[in-house]
Ligand binder design. Sequence first.
Ligand code: MG
Ligand code: MG
Length: 389
Amino acid sequence: MNEKQYTISAIKADVGSIGGHTRPSLEMLSTADQLLDTARRNKVIIDYRVMHTGDDICLLMTHRSGKNAPDIHNIALEAFFEATDIARAQGLYAAGQDLKVDSPCGNVRGAGPGAAELNVTVTDARPSEQILLFAADKTSPGAYNLPLFNLAIPTFNDAALLSKLSEGLEFEIMDMEFKHENKTMRRTARLAMPEALYDIAVLLKNPNRYAVSSIRLRKDADCGNEFVSASTDRLHNITGKYEGKDDPVLLVRAQKQFPAAEEIIQQFITAHLVPGGARGSHMGPLLPVRMNLYHNRTYQKSPSMEPFCCPIVSCAGFSIKDGIISSAVDHFDSYLFEEARRTAFRKFMDIRQNGFVEPGMLPDLEVEYVDGYQANLKKAERAFESRTF
Ligand code: MG
Ligand code: MG
């Protein structure tokens, strides 16, 4: 990369939390912060922020090593391993939950943590970046399917699509159920919007299997075409059993040739239903919550776990100039998002009345990774007999 280019990486993992699936301890966040500060002073990274949403620690880093760079991902892994040691020493719940296997790719891909990364090029017309960092907890990567699809159709996003984005977008969609003995192998589809609108829709209909991994402009932009990147790895593909719900991070570049920040956040105001919740086996509304940014041993606090592990999402906005990250704005700390939280509460109460019956609980394929469910289903099915009438 030259001095005009840099990469923005958001890497998250759940490596332990206090009293259940709640939030990491202050000491865990502090350790991650110190480790990243050392990397910054050693000029391995340009800048960083440490955040958490629910029980997931999210590390935002800027650097010039490019996407999937082993040296950058290893800094994140080291921070997560050190935070795990503290979680273990403190007796916290599920210490090291998302750290699964030796890294098959030399980076965090396939090793448990989720990563969203964007390359940017500084130009005279775009001297700085306006970034939105979404971090969701108690849900899965498909949680972003509906908001990202709506971002790309005129009904929900008029001004940008009728002006800046009118030459079309390209969606990259990940098949999250694809498994291969070569752990570095992924199965993705690249589809053009609007021509393949219905193909995109028919895939995104199933958020348990398909998720948007990136969106780019089809028109060449000097600053780089890609403006959406989301983490799409699923832990059960790595371990073969339920290991938490792959809580996804999403990075979006905003303004100028990309959608405006306000056009992006409006996609979350309906608190749409997503897979997740208690034991990752239910449907629930995606509740917008306030961000938690760790800074100088303090952080702003949002609820870390709602009843029945209602899915939650935070959204932090940053300006980034030559890799230097500004202070944060909390996009969900507003009057209208208070209303969205009330909407989410009503939806939560409605769907909880469905109890274990679908769609209150997820289809069998999704629940099969939860310990004991398949065995109980097989046992109950033994009561069936075939009879003629
Ligand atoms: Mg957890
Ligand atoms: Mg989590």
